[in-house]
Write a protein that binds this ligand. Structure first.
Ligand code: WT7
Length: 657
């Protein structure tokens, strides 16, 4: 088993470097060591206590029903409204004037939205959604840049018991269509356009292309609701009877809405993520357990102090990090947070630091790829700003290399901020493995240990625990409240993907390799399956491969994630052309890269495309990706003895160099 990140594995010397919490931080921290003790003493009772930090309309009768494993029910019989927990209850507690969202647009426009205003906006949207006949359980697709209306839409869905499916606005129309069809969404919410590096680009046009017309139309969609954002698309297409403006509908609706309570297991959202096969999986999350764990982790891992902290998560709502730590985690805790629409270098590389300075951001949560980008830009950029408001830093999405960890702490965290390296997945819904600031020592590059209430372990092929220093499979050996409840429409795939590897034990197989060091700190080493991690985005090799073979000149393609100093992994594609097709060099390569952007997203464009005469295959016909990785990363070739024709490599190598 090899780590797919190409990250060097810590030596025991490196693993020995540890940053204990400072006395000052520990004294004021939300979490104390007793959290571990309490959770260990009675795990389910511990989660019941965490659930009771939410407002329930009807109390639950059982904490967990695992009788139909792996299909879990948490907080059985309980009823709550997720949006009420995120909005109304803060207004009711007298905090309506507190800013919920400091929103910053890419062109520099900004809006502050208080909890009272948010309640009005969510109520208006809920009233409109109800008026067009949407009913609990119906699906709504959200294809929007990071504008406040996107968050309002998510919360309005939650308020009505609708299931939202956010599709990252960087995804192509093809990707949008497959998600709309799979979920049979009735409503699609979008914007006229979005800003991309200072320029407006159409977005609704992608929706039109995705939804099609006539025989090809997406049959489930009744309404397309359009928020005016760029006001710039001169050719904006309008389908009468289907398309409506937000300004003419939601904005005109009543700002008073009486919410119903829903079952703890009411579906809250679907989020599509890449698996090892081509078709993305619709990961299903429900209400009570999900909200319990995102509230709990936000409070304890980020040490959030209501009314004092300003939180900023740099993720997009198109990913799970945006769902859990931009919407449901912060808002269920009554937090004040920054929501930023644009990229970190628009209009220039100072943008993030200006925002931290302007709003006094105290908790900052980003991905290692951005930290490495900041490192590349140089420390004089953050050094030009007053970042003294920061008191805690978080990292998520991929293993953080120790060098980036140290730079993050020293340059951004003025050598004193604790760093929480948080391991979790779309499927886990919330943070699972992370230090608790003020309690747990932190080591650069290690996610340290499972949170109180969470149980994880590292095992070998035979499910036996691995010794310190040995690499094994990361498994979650006990159910947790925010666990996925299934894959939309495909129970068998849910069982096969996550629960069959260690079926006898009933453990969840995460797909990551990991190891313990001599202090039993846990190091996540990256995916061990055919899933790549590019800038914290999860992309499957087979998805990119099928996009490439969709191009008329490609006969066969093999894709691997090669180590990349900035993005963690970079996509490298090896393609064989069809007979008779002429290799036009750069023109062909540009076409192939565009094909991937069109079928999936620009984020999935290969960093390199190498046209090769042959792919290395075993006698059983399996492509040996390990060898392709060796080539892409410029290493000596590993064992080639199982290849049908070892000489193909000489040829591939010549092209690669
Ligand atoms: C995969 C999940 C969690 C939200 C963002 C990504 C990798 C995530 C870490 C971390 C090492 C990490 C894993 C995981 N990953 N966080 N702190 N250290 N690896 O969610 O798209 O579902 O991807 O991201 O490989 O399996 P996702």
């Amino acid at each position: 088993m090899s780590s797919s990140t190409g990250q060097s594995v810590p030596t025991s010397h490196e693993a020995g470097q540890s940053f204990p919490p400072s006395r000052d931080f520990a004294d004021q921290a939300n979490a104390g060591a007793e959290l571990y003790t309490r959770a260990d003493a009675d795990r389910l009772e511990f989660w019941a206590e965490q659930a009771r930090a939410l407002d329930w309309d009807t109390d639950f009768t059982d904490v967990l029903d695992w009788s139909n494993a792996p299909f879990a029910k948490w907080f059985v019989g309980g009823k709550l409204n997720v949006a009420v927990n995120c909005v109304d209850r803060h207004v009711a507690a007298g905090n309506g004037d507190r800013v919920a969202i400091h929103w910053v647009g890419e062109p520099g426009d900004h809006r502050d939205i208080t909890y009272s205003q948010l309640l009005g906006d969510v109520s208006r949207a809920a009233n409109y959604f109800d008026s067009i006949g949407l009913r609990p359980g119906d699906r709504v697709a959200i294809y929007m840049p990071m504008v406040p209306e996107a968050i309002v839409t998510m919360l309005a869905c939650a308020r009505l018991g609708l299931t939202h499916s956010v599709v990252f606005a960087g995804f192509s129309s093809t990707a949008l269509r497959s998600r709309v069809d799979d979920a049979e969404a009735k409503l699609v919410v979008t914007t006229d356009g979005q800003y991309r590096r200072g320029k407006p680009a159409p977005l609704k046009a992608n929706v039109d292309e995705a939804l099609g017309t006539g025989d090809d139309a997406a049959v489930s969609v009744q309404t397309v609701l359009v928020v005016r954002r760029t006001n710039h698309d001169p050719e904006l297409n309008w389908v009468s009877g289907r398309d409506v403006w937000w300004d003419d509908t939601v904005a005109e609706a009543s700002d008073h809405h009486e919410p119903d309570a829903f079952d703890s297991e009411q579906p809250l959202f679907l989020l599509y993520t890449s698996g090892t096969t081509g078709k993305p999986k619709g990961i299903l999350h429900t209400s009570g357990g999900y909200l319990t764990q995102v509230r709990y982790t936000f409070h304890n891992v980020f040490d959030h102090k209501e009314g004092r902290d300003v939180f900023w998560c740099g993720a997009d709502i198109g990913w799970v990090t945006g769902h859990s730590y931009l919407v449901y985690g912060p808002l269920s805790n009554g937090a004040t947070e920054v929501v930023y629409e644009g990229t970190p270098n628009s209009p220039n590389e100072h943008r993030h630091f200006e925002i931290i300075e302007r709003y006094g951001v105290s908790i900052y949560y980003i991905a290692p790829t951005l930290i490495r980008t900041f490192m590349k830009w140089g420390r004089e950029i953050p050094d030009a700003h007053d970042l003294s408001s920061l008191r805690l830093l978080g990292s998520v999405g991929e293993p953080i290399n120790p060098e980036a960890w140290r730079w993050y702490r020293e340059v951004i965290g003025h050598d004193s901020c604790p760093i929480v390296d948080t391991w979790w997945q779309t499927e886990t819904g919330a943070i699972m493995i992370s230090p608790l600031p003020g309690v747990t020592d932190a080591k650069p590059g290690s996610a340290m240990r499972p949170l109180p209430g969470i149980s994880a372990t590292i095992v070998d092929d035979d499910a036996a625990p691995v010794a310190a220093g040995e690499q094994g499979y990361l498994v979650l050996d006990k159910p947790w409240p925010s666990m996925l409840r299934g894959i939309w429409g495909d129970d068998q795939r849910f069982i096969d993907t996550y629960w069959s590897r260690f079926a006898d034990q009933g453990w969840y197989f995460a797909g990551d390799g990991a190891r313990y060091d001599d202090d039993h700190a846990l190091w996540v080493l990256g995916r061990i399956d055919d899933v790549m991690n590019v800038s914290g985005h999860r992309i499957s090799t087979s998805e990119v491969e099928s996009a490439l073979v969709n191009h008329h000149s490609v006969a066969e393609a093999a894709v691997i994630g090669a180590a990349d100093a900035t993005t963690g992994q970079g996509i490298v594609a090896f393609v064989i052309l069809r007979g008779g097709v002429e290799d036009t060099g750069d023109t062909l390569i540009a076409e192939l890269r565009d094909q991937v952007a069109k079928d999936i997203s620009p984020i999935a464009k290969p960093r390199e495309v190498l046209v090769v005469p042959e792919l290395p295959k075993t006698r059983s016909g399996k492509i040996m990706r390990r060898l392709l990785k060796d080539v892409a990363e410029g290493r000596e070739l590993g064992d080639t003895s199982t290849l049908v024709d070892p000489t193909v490599f000489e040829e591939i190598r010549l092209r690669g160099n």
